[in-house]
Design a protein around this ligand. Structure first.
Ligand code: ZN
Length: 487
């Protein structure tokens, strides 16, 4: 059979299936949920087999791209109201095909089997999760983020991933023979993959699991199967992250959502970078958390400032401060170079300088001025700079970086601290110029969250799309890119 003909056959059978299911759902022969799941499973299994069906890269790639465009159009023009109702407000169906296009780009040449495995695990796990979540008699809701997730759904994805992966392992034994992986090691890999799949499902919003689940699962498999020596560091990382997260959530340094996000972050950083990469970010996390606990308890700390920045220990804050660290360690794995470690330290230096200057400035600062107009503002407000805060930021940078200056020259150390301090000033500039600030009618404070004192606050400056986390992330990103360019 020619590849053209295979493609035509697959695309037309999916098109016919969509048409039939849409018609059945419209005539109430099938419930909308069953129609959607049937489509999901049959299209998904067909897609996950395509790397085996086709030998030419362009067929699955173009098919996935066409499906991505089709699903964006379906969302934009709302022409599949039963199967993909706009009211669901998610990009789930788009992510479904888009993530596959990315897998094909990443793994087609050397790790084609990973595309099939990770996509298959995702497709079946996803459907079983929603069935378990919807049909349990006694649903146990997990109040982790704004979307209702159930304990049953979370367990379903863990168990289904774990069991399916064992089945795949036995079916494809020949494919893995060259790895010389013992069954015990395989079970460890499987536990890591299944746990991460479960966490992504719990943390996902608006269908983002359809994007992140296949991508993250395939990446873990890529790391562990292409370089099995990482299995040990990932196992230690797994235990280590569990302990750190348990303590942090227990002592309210992180909320549950932030804890789960930190688990994934710490697993990757330890798994890929061991102590060399883990210690700086651990020092940042521990000292910044302690500093904010101590400063909030002090008498000098303005009581009004509490809870004006939102829930500062959630997932978006974890990724605002740790996302770049994760990005650089992944880049270092794919394109190994010493420079990534320095970029990593720069991004951490910016995060530390920013966190420490805010905390110390709010706690011990005498006078805080807006960086753009030098007008005096309230302590701790974004965009403000104070003498104590700036000094505190510099000290923070020194603490985080110098812990590991074994291989760094003094000139490089100074450069990292300068970049960190410049980064925190850029952060203040963006905080003053574009970050959303609101006025609370209840307590008359300037706040950085949309609601305060149980009421919507009024936007007074900046863009409502840009919050403190976005400013932190972007300022560290800008400084890291400049550093990468000049070094
Ligand atoms: Zn208020």
């Amino acid at each position: 059979m020619s590849e053209n003909f295979k493609l035509l056959l697959i695309l037309s059978s999916i098109a016919i299936l969509i048409f039939l299911l849409e018609t059945f759902a419209k005539r109430k022969i099938l419930s909308f949920e069953i129609a959607r799941k049937t489509l999901h499973i049959s299209a998904g299994v067909l897609i996950s087999l395509s790397p085996i069906i086709f030998s030419n890269f362009y067929y699955p790639f173009i098919a996935a791209l066409a499906a991505s465009i089709f699903s964006i159009a379906a969302i934009a023009f709302n022409f599949l109201p039963r199967i993909d109702p706009r009211s669901r407000g998610t990009l789930g169906t788009f992510y479904f095909s888009f993530s596959f296009a990315l897998l094909v780009i990443f793994y087609w040449d050397n790790y084609r089997i990973l595309i099939s495995i990770s996509y298959f695990l995702f497709v079946i796990g996803d459907v079983l999760t929603s069935i378990a979540g919807n049909n349990s008699k006694k649903k146990i809701l997990l109040a982790i983020n704004s979307e209702p997730k159930t304990l049953q759904g979370a367990l379903a994805i863990f168990v289904s991933t774990f069991i399916l992966f064992i089945i795949i392992w036995f079916f494809l034994k020949d494919q893995f023979d060259s790895l010389n992986l013992s069954f015990e090691k395989f079970i460890i890999v499987n536990i890591i993959v299944s746990t991460v799949a479960m966490i992504i499902e719990i943390l996902s919003r608006k269908g983002s699991d359809n994007l992140f689940l296949p991508l993250v699962v395939s990446f873990i498999l890529f790391v562990l199967l292409s370089q099995p020596q990482h299995i040990d560091s990932f196992s230690i990382g797994f235990l280590f992250s569990s302990i750190i997260v348990f303590i942090s959530v227990r002592f309210k340094l992180l909320n549950t959502e932030g804890g789960l996000a930190t688990f994934v972050l710490a697993l990757f950083i330890f798994g890929l970078g061991e102590w060399k990469w883990t210690i700086p970010i651990l020092v940042f996390f521990v000292f910044s958390s302690l500093l904010s606990k101590v400063s909030e308890k002090s008498k000098q700390y303005p009581q009004k400032r509490k809870r004006t920045k939102g829930n500062v220990r959630d997932m978006s804050q974890v990724f605002a401060n740790g996302g770049l660290a994760l990005g650089t360690i992944i880049l270092n794995f794919i394109f190994p170079s010493e420079i990534w470690y320095l970029v990593y330290l720069v991004s951490l230096s910016v995060s530390t300088a920013d966190t420490w200057s805010t905390e110390i400035g709010t706690w011990l600062g005498k006078k805080t001025c807006l960086i753009t107009t030098f007008k005096q503002i309230e302590k701790g407000e974004s965009g403000g700079v104070s003498f104590a805060g700036t000094i505190g930021g510099v000290i923070g940078s020194i603490v985080v970086i110098s812990v590991f200056f074994v291989n760094l020259q003094v000139s490089m150390l100074i450069l990292l601290i300068v970049f960190g301090t410049v980064g925190s000033l850029i952060d203040s500039l963006m905080g003053a110029a574009i970050q959303a600030k609101y006025y609370c009618r209840g307590c008359h404070a300037t706040v950085e969250i949309k609601a305060h004192c149980n009421a919507a606050a009024k936007l007074t400056s900046g863009s409502s799309l840009i919050n403190n986390d976005a400013v932190n992330f972007v300022s560290a990103l800008i400084v890291s890119i400049i550093f990468y360019a000049v070094i």
